[in-house]
Design a protein around this ligand. Structure first.
Ligand SMILES: C[S@@+](CC[C@H](N)C(=O)[O-])C[C@H]1O[C@@H](n2cnc3c(N)ncnc32)[C@H](O)[C@@H]1O
Length: 270
């Protein structure tokens, strides 16, 4: 007999912290285990701003999806989508247009299982288990092709996922491959960890995180992050700290936005 909660898919290692579940814990979710909670708390101990960053990242995702919806985008491919939580992409997109189509992709079986559960009965949103490091497989996936029409503009969301792809897996090539599959008028929404503004706290947090979580994080410089937008035109205000991207309401930017250690941006494929 297993004591595992009924929502845990078979084969999941509950004894090793993992990216999706640690992030879920920071956001106040309940789909995480002791190992995830320990890793999450150890990171907060060296960088108390972690939870604020996670919430700000989630808020940016919401603002960006609303921006894309207002710009006429009706189909979204969200890779590294995570465990469903407040403000999921399909909820925001389908509020703007109930016919909006969304495909989530994540490498984590827990994230996929929960996404599948909340999407039951939603004919225009789906989830696939997939690895961003294999972009062609994602592009050729039947579920993806069934919901996303690559002849029409789409929103490609890579929000806080590319920093889990090491340089030797060629993250810039991966983004270029995905970009080339998109129709003109499509958008890239990106959030990516950087140590630019808080090098000391961030390096300490990175060390603790990488020691305990199964996938290492690779923070990058502003120039490296901006390179992901090659072939896209950046929309205003460009590549900025999380709270600076079209804040909602506009005055709601903290005094020192560089305390947020992710740079974000939205680009449009011409
Ligand atoms: C920090 S969470 C971000 C979730 C969501 N995009 C957000 O911003 O709220 C990162 C997610 O990326 C997923 N991930 C990490 N590496 C991945 C990969 N190589 N392919 C697909 N997903 C990956 C993790 O499982 C996790 O769910």
């Amino acid at each position: 007999m297993s004591d595992d909660p009924s929502w845990v898919p078979p084969g999941v290692d509950m004894g090793r912290a993992n990216v999706a579940r640690v992030y879920d814990y920071w956001l106040g979710g309940s789909h995480n285990f002791l190992a995830d909670q320990d890793a999450a708390r150890a990171t907060v101990a060296v960088e108390p701003n972690v939870r604020r960053n996670a919430r700000a990242n989630r808020a940016f995702l919401g603002r960006a999806v609303r921006f894309l919806a207002a710009s006429g985008v009706r189909q979204f491919l969200d890779i590294g989508s995570g465990i469903p939580t407040e403000g999921n992409v399909h909820e925001i997109a389908q509020r703007a247009d109930p016919a909006a189509r969304v495909v989530y992709a994540d490498v984590d079986p827990v994230a996929v299982a929960h996404s599948r559960a909340i999407l039951t009965g939603n004919p225009t949103a789906a989830v696939i288990e997939a690895d961003l490091r294999e972009p062609q497989r994602i592009l050729l996936n039947d579920t993806v092709r069934g919901l996303i029409d690559f002849a029409q503009p789409a929103g490609l969301l890579l929000v806080s996922v590319l920093h889990f792809v090491a340089d030797d897996a060629e993250p810039w090539e991966i983004v270029a491959m995905l970009r080339d599959a998109l129709a003109p008028g499509s958008y890239l929404v990106l959030a990516h960890g950087t140590g630019e503004g808080t090098p000391v706290a961030l390096r300490a947090a990175e060390k603790v995180y990488n020691r305990s979580v199964s996938t290492n994080v690779h923070v990058r410089s502003r120039a490296e992050i901006a390179r992901f937008f090659d072939g896209f035109d950046l929309v205003d205000p460009g590549v900025v700290y999380i709270p600076e991207w079209r804040p909602d309401p506009p005055g709601d930017v903290p005094e020192d936005p560089s305390r947020f250690w992710a740079l974000v941006g939205v680009g449009r494929k011409p």
